[in-house]
Design a protein around this ligand. Structure first.
Ligand SMILES: NC(=O)c1ccc[n+]([C@@H]2O[C@H](COP(=O)([O-])OP(=O)(O)OC[C@H]3O[C@@H](n4cnc5c(N)ncnc54)[C@H](OP(=O)(O)O)[C@@H]3O)[C@@H](O)[C@H]2O)c1
Length: 269
């Protein structure tokens, strides 16, 4: 069966589930008719059905039964009960993709059996604007072709990279949580711009676009970030002075230590 013919199911359709579904629909890889979801409350089901234009139920079993690719997008604390509810509807042909933070491949082996095809993913909130970055790791039952299919399916909301499972905590720190650090950086730059006299709305526009453009330069030129930094720093100029202050105040070390903390907490989840 080709990817286009498959039925995609989502259990959980909140911030992350909705962003993923919207991206998949907009990419045209799968038609709306082939996507269905389930949520907890009837009220939420009606709202999401209207918003996304797909069938949204409150029956997890039906979604699990019908899906060829089943995304589990509920909060980690609800996963035990959801899996208990749907386990009899799962077989070894379905591709099960969990995005629950901290739930390992071994956890799924224990809950639903070692013969199932399980992918563990860590998306991030830029998926909401189709610029996500997602790390995935897979168990031994998932084929290379199925991995490719998931990458293709998710392309509408995210880039996807396959990593070893021991790197999933690093993925959490470097892309799952990092939008929060970047928002803080944008906010701080905008504060300084306001302090320099720029209206706040305009300050966010300047700061955010500068971050977007800089990220694009790293991705598109493939140059070392240090080289790109050096290109902005003219001799005896303004930028090198700003860089000197950032080094003096420990920006680099603050980022590294913050991410080490994130990693430490993620490992304990
Ligand atoms: N947000 C992030 O930045 C981020 C990043 C990476 C991974 N994740 C992971 O993504 C997952 C979802 O997070 P989120 O931020 O999208 O959560 P959310 O906005 O709170 O959405 C949770 C969804 O799950 C539904 N739900 C709750 N209990 C359910 C049940 N028993 N059966 C079926 N549906 C149920 C909720 O339905 P109702 O609306 O009816 O309650 C809602 O649609 C989590 O596991 C999280 O670890 C999130």
């Amino acid at each position: 069966m080709s990817l286009k013919e498959k039925t995609i199911g989502f259990i959980g359709c909140g911030n992350m589930g909705s962003a993923m579904i919207s991206g998949i629909i907009d990419s045209g890889v799968i038609s709306k008719e082939n996507i269905l979801a389930s949520v907890k409350t009837k009220e939420s089901a009606n709202k999401k059905q209207k918003e996304l234009g797909i069938l949204v139920l409150t029956d997890n079993k039906e979604v699990a039964e019908k899906a060829d690719v089943l995304f589990l997008a509920v909060k980690p604390q609800f996963l035990d009960s959801v899996l208990a509810e749907i386990s009899e509807r799962l077989d070894n042909k379905k591709l099960i993709v969990s995005i629950a933070a901290g739930r390992t491949l071994d956890y799924f082996k224990e809950k639903i059996g070692k013969d199932k095809k399980v992918i563990r993913g860590m998306p991030n909130t830029p998926a909401m604007v189709k610029e996500g970055m997602m790390g995935i790791c897979v168990n031994e039952n998932v084929t290379d072709l199925e991995c490719q299919e998931i990458k293709e399916l998710c392309l509408g909301f995210s880039k996807t990279e396959l990593v070893q499972e021991n790197l999933m905590d690093v993925v959490t720190a470097v892309s799952g949580s990092s939008p929060a650090y970047v928002f803080m950086f944008i906010e701080a730059m905008a504060d300084a711009a306001v302090s320099g006299g720029m209206p706040r709305k305009q300050a966010y526009e300047f700061a955010a676009q500068a971050v977007l453009g800089s990220a694009k330069m790293v991705l598109e030129t493939k140059k070392h970030p240090g080289e790109l930094k050096d290109m902005v720093c003219s001799p005896a100029g303004t930028t090198i002075e700003a860089v000197r202050v950032l080094e003096e105040k420990g920006l680099r070390s603050a980022v590294i230590e913050a991410m080490e903390k994130c990693l430490e907490i993620s490992k304990k989840m």
